[in-house]
Design a protein around this ligand. Structure first.
Ligand code: HEC
Length: 120
């Protein structure tokens, strides 16, 4: 009986967790569309309208996991977006978003979730 109750609870909670992820992804998509599409393109391939005006092409954001041995590098991506950890060689064209996407937990988290969903 006890186990059954937990089972019922799990069935009730699971859709909420899934819905929570979807909301986060939708929010992330909006942040992406407002700040990143110009360079990285609607689908993240690096083919936005500004792409061919830059000295260094915007990265393809759909292969971040593939380039990291199959695991999406969430922390690395967050650090690149907010600008806290970028190598000397990193293009100056991409703005640092720590200020603009301010409440980092609110905006960066969903944005990074959204990027994770673009991986192929
Ligand atoms: C003005 C153009 C521009 C905008 C806007 C821009 N980026 Fe970039 N981004 C670039 C360029 C150029 C690079 C490649 C930099 C390099 O390798 O030196 C890059 C690289 C990256 C990388 C590193 C990818 C890798 O493979 O290491 C990530 C992640 C990224 N951008 C995410 C974003 C996100 C998310 C946004 C929106 C919040 C954004 N960028 C907005 C131009 C832009």
């Amino acid at each position: 009986m006890r186990t059954r109750a937990w089972g019922v609870l799990a069935v009730m909670i699971a859709p909420l967790v899934v819905a929570g992820c979807q909301i986060s992804e939708q929010q992330g998509r909006r942040t992406y569309q407002a700040n990143c599409v110009q360079c990285h393109g609607v689908t993240g391939l690096g083919d936005g309208p500004f792409a061919d005006k830059l000295l260094k092409p915007p990265s393809d954001l759909t292969v971040l996991a593939r380039n990291n041995g199959g695991a999406f590098p969430g922390q690395y991506v967050t650090d690149i977006i907010d600008g806290h950890t970028r190598s000397e060689a990193f293009s100056g064209a991409m703005p640092e978003f720590a200020q603009t996407l301010g409440g980092e937990e609110l905006q960066l988290g969903p944005l990074v979730d959204y990027l994770a969903s673009l991986q192929r």
